[in-house]
Design a protein around this ligand. Structure first.
Ligand SMILES: CC(=O)[C@@H](O)[C@H](O)COP(=O)(O)O
Ligand SMILES: NCC(=O)COP(=O)(O)O
Length: 240
């Protein structure tokens, strides 16, 4: 059955906007698990723009499902992952100037370096997933690295502006998933999925886990506002 990994980066983004202590992504992870999340995903960026080292070390102790650490394949991050021992690592491309991850890893173009990183992590019993576009050459190169998983980048599907384009991108994901499974890879997917576009992706044969963040945190902010204001009104009248 398909499972849900909840990405909590966006809670940390709100916290870092004020460089304060709230909202805490570690608390968000506990609540996500209470809501039924099958896993927690956090992207520790090199520039530490949202998730902090403190968060991933606390998440390691508190997450009771599984912790998926998204990170760039840099020496600093590999050292940290070997120390942290998340349940799995997803290697993602990273650019300082991007607002969010813009595309998949070029595994085909950096196969030697990624094979070395995958080997070091998997030798330490940390399974590795490679975040890639659903392209044949990237899938073949991913299998060659011996990574256990790939995560198919669903951004193009999510951003499709017409039904025809959306259908085409869904086919690309379906074909990519089938090809990856046939090469022995396990398959996750994510990026830009929403309440309205997730179901067809969840129905793809062979898909294991969807990592979803922004739409869940965006919805949580809105469905939680009424209660938050009511509680502030109470706080005006008595000490909480
Ligand atoms: C890899 C991916 O698709 C996202 O999880 C992305 O890593 C999120 O990064 P930001 O939270 O910085 O947008
Ligand atoms: N890897 C994708 C992810 O973790 C969540 O992406 P998004 O839903 O925040 O776009």
């Amino acid at each position: 059955m398909i499972t849900l990994g909840v990405n909590i980066d966006h809670i940390a983004t709100i916290r870092q906007a004020r460089r304060t202590t709230e909202p805490d992504p570690v608390a968000a992870a506990v609540l996500a698990e209470l809501g039924g999340a099958d896993g927690i995903t956090a992207h520790l960026r090199e520039d530490r723009r949202h998730i902090q080292d403190r968060d991933v070390y606390l998440l390691r102790q508190t997450v009771s499902t599984h912790l998926n650490l998204e990170m760039a394949a840099t020496e600093e991050m590999v050292t940290l992952a070997l120390d942290l021992k998340p349940d799995y690592v997803t290697l993602v491309p990273e650019k300082r100037e991007e607002v969010t991850t813009e595309g998949g890893l070029d595994v085909d173009g950096s196969c030697d370096r990624l094979t070395e990183v995958v080997g070091r992590l998997q030798e330490a019993e940390i399974p590795v997933s490679l975040f890639i576009d659903a392209e044949a050459k990237q899938i073949q190169a991913s299998a060659a690295t011996q990574a256990q998983f790939i995560e198919l980048h669903t951004g193009r599907y999510a951003e499709a502006t017409t039904e025809i384009e959306r259908h085409q991108q869904l086919e690309v994901l379906r074909d990519g998933c089938a090809m990856a499974r046939a090469s022995g890879l396990r398959v996750n997917a994510g990026h830009g999925l929403t309440y309205l576009n997730v179901y067809p992706v969840a129905c793809i044969e062979g898909m294991e886990e969807l990592n979803i963040g922004h739409t869940i945190i965006a919805r949580a902010a809105l469905v939680g506002i009424e209660r938050a204001v009511r509680e502030m009104k109470q706080a005006l009248h008595r000490e909480l």
